[in-house]
Design a protein around this ligand. Structure first.
Ligand code: IMP
Length: 200
């Protein structure tokens, strides 16, 4: 029976992505499965702070080993914006369409379209917190394309690609995404502590 960890997120797209990346090596439980229906605190000034805050909240309330991610889009020409504010860039209503609209407006006339997605995962067990990071470099296009994924996917074309993340399948995105990269580091770490499970 593989060991299990709670993924402290309310985003079902992310949960699905992470479950797929984890395969059958590790059981990933959702917040719903442990009966956590509260909004997770997310008031930090950095991706690290937020990931840690969410994972510690669940660990303290429910006493389960868990991890949380925080991710964001960092655009070079905007000095790293929207960054930690990616989810509510256009205001507290958190609409992806509004966020994309504002991003494209702020990038109007900018020649440098370079951007990256960055993901930080905080793993909290007992009194210990560990961080894992993944990045996906690419660029912001002028007009949204595609219907898959979420957030800024329709305007982000990964380096070496011609399609946006929203034009890729979940499997394709999972192979290259910032979250998948951070997840692979996390899973490698968890498995390295359970030598008997590595050969399964
Ligand atoms: P959080 O990690 O849930 O706080 O994510 C912050 C925001 O970053 C999300 O609401 C999205 O707007 C954006 N974001 C994070 N990961 C992705 C992704 O894989 N694709 C598109 N947008 C993303």
């Amino acid at each position: 029976m593989p060991a299990s960890w709670v993924f402290a997120t309310n985003n079902l797209h992310k949960l699905e992505e992470v479950k797929q990346a984890a395969g059958n090596q590790i059981i990933i439980q959702s917040l719903a499965e442990i009966g956590c229906t509260e909004d997770l605190p997310e008031t930090g000034e950095t991706l690290q702070d937020n990931a840690r805050q969410k994972a510690e909240f669940v660990f303290q309330r429910f006493g389960v080993a868990c991890f949380a991610d925080d991710s964001g889009l960092e655009v070079e020409a905007l000095g790293g914006e929207p960054g930690v504010h990616s989810a509510h860039y256009a205001g507290p209503q958190r609409s992806s369409v509004d966020n994309i609209h504002l991003l494209l407006a702020r990038m109007e006339g900018k020649k440098n379209r370079k951007a990256r997605f960055r993901c930080v995962i905080a793993l909290v067990e007992k009194d210990e917190v560990q961080l894992f990071e993944g990045m996906l470099p690419g660029e912001i296009i002028q007009t949204p394309r595609g219907t898959g994924g979420f957030g800024y996917d329709p305007v982000f074309v990964p380096e070496g690609e011609t399609r946006t993340l929203a034009e890729m399948s979940l499997e394709e995105k999972n192979r290259i995404s910032h979250r998948a990269k951070a997840m692979r580091k996390l899973i490698g770490h968890l498995l390295s502590r359970q030598p008997s499970k590595q050969s399964l």
